[in-house]
Design a protein around this ligand. Sequence first.
Ligand code: BG6
Length: 469
Amino acid sequence: MSMPAPASDGFVFFGATGDLAYKQVFPALQALTRDGELDMPVVGVARAGWTLERLRERARESIARYGGGVDERAFERLCARLQFVGGDYHDPATYPRLRQALGGARRPLHYLAIPPSLFATVVQGLAAAGCAADARVVVEKPFGRDLASAQALNRTLHEVFPESAVFRIDHYLGKEAVRNLLYFRFANAFPEPLWSREHVAAVQITMAESFGVKGRGAFYEEVGAIRDVVQNHLFQVMALLAMDPPARTDPDAMRAEKLRLFRAVRPLAPAQVVRGQFRGYRDEPGVAPDSRVETFVALRLQIDTWRWAGVPFYIRAGKCLATTATEVRVALRRPPVAVFDDAPAAPANYFRFRLGPEVEIALGTRVKRPGEAMQGEAAELLAHRSLEGGALPYERLLGDALHGDASLFTRDDSVEAAWRVVEPILARDAPPAEYEPGTWGPAAAAAVLAAGERWYDPSPGLAAKGAPA
Ligand code: BG6
C-alpha cells in the first residue's frame, strides 16, 4: 500500500452562493466542523456583490433546512473560519485575493461547484496565483455530456492537476446503503459462489422518483435521465454489484476492478433502450415545448465476462413514477427440477438491496405454508434494515477528499469507459414515449426485458410495511 497522502489544510468552494453550496456543501461543512475535521481556513468564492455576513446568513439558512438543524457551537466555529472572496472568475485579480485568504495553507482543496464551462478558467487562475501546487480539486457531476466532452474536461484539469489530485464526486458512492452493498458482497463468503451466470438469472436496478424535475427544467433539458442518473449513479451501483473482488484494499485496487468491469460492458444499442417522458414535462418552466429529453429510461446491459456472459443487467430510472425507491434485485435461477406443484408460479430466490429511502439487505426465499398441502409462500431473510443513512454523503465524501482518500471517487478512465457504454444512445433521434405521471413509465419499457421476465415492483420496503426491527 502507498503512503497515506497528507491531509488538505484549506477548504475553498467556488460557487459559494449557488444551489449546490446551499443544499449540500454548508450542511457538510457544519458536520465536518463538528467532527473536528475542518480546522483550517474555509473560503467561499463567488461573484462580487456578496459580503461575508450575507454568506453566513445563507449558511445558517441552508443548514437549518438541509443539515438537520443548526448546531450553534459547530456553526460558530465554522463562521469563525469562513471567509468570502468575491470576484469574477475570468478576472485574474480574483485568485491572488484567494491566495491571501488562504493564509499559510499550502495544500488547499478546491471544490468547483460551478458549471464545467468555467473549469478551465478557474484551474488556470488557481495555477497562476500559486493556489494549485500540492492542492486537490473536487468536481461535480455531470462530468461531461458525452465521451468527447469528458475527455476534454479531463485534459483541462490535467493541465494543472495530476489525476491523483482530482476527485470526481458521485454522491451515490457516499451513501451508506451503497457502501453497505459493497461491504456485504466482499465481507461475506457465501454470496460469491452464487455470484455469476451459474446461479444468477438477471439483475434489476430501479431508481424510481415520484416527483418531477422540481423546477430544474432548464438543467434537466441539458441532461435527461441517462446523463443525470444512469451513466453515473446507477452505473456505479452496477459496477459494485458486478465487479470482481479487489485484490487489495487500497483505492486503486478497487478502482482498477471497476474499470475492468466498465470496459467489459458492451456499448448499448438503441434496441436495448426505451426512453420515456412524463406527460406535463413539456409545460415545465425552462423546458422546450417539443422537448425530446427523456425523464424515464429502461435499458438492458450485457457484460462480456466469464462471470456475467448471458446475464442481463436491467436498469430503470425515472421521474414522476409510482413511488420513490431505489432498489436492486439479483434474481437467482430456479431449482433445476420442480419438486412441488406450486414451483412454476413461485418467484425465484433473490437478493434484494434497498438503497433508498431506507437501507435494507434481504434474501428472498420460499417456505411452506402451514397445512397439509405442500404449498409455499415467500419469506425474506432480512440481513439488515435501517432508517438512517449515517453521515450525509457530502460530509463523507468531502472528508475523504480532504484526507486524499480516493476510494469513493471516480477516476478519469472509468468515467470515460462509462460514457463509452451510453455513447450510442445519447442521440435523441426519436421522441420518447409519453407516460402518465404516477405510473411505472411507458408500457414499452417491457420491450427491453428477455422473454418471460417482468419488471419487479420495488414495493414499499419492510420498514414502510411496519415490519419489526
Ligand atoms: C441527482 C440528480 O444527482 O440525484 C437528481 O441530479 C436526482 O435528478 C438525485 O433526483 C437523486 O439523489 P438521491 O440521493 O436523492 O437519491
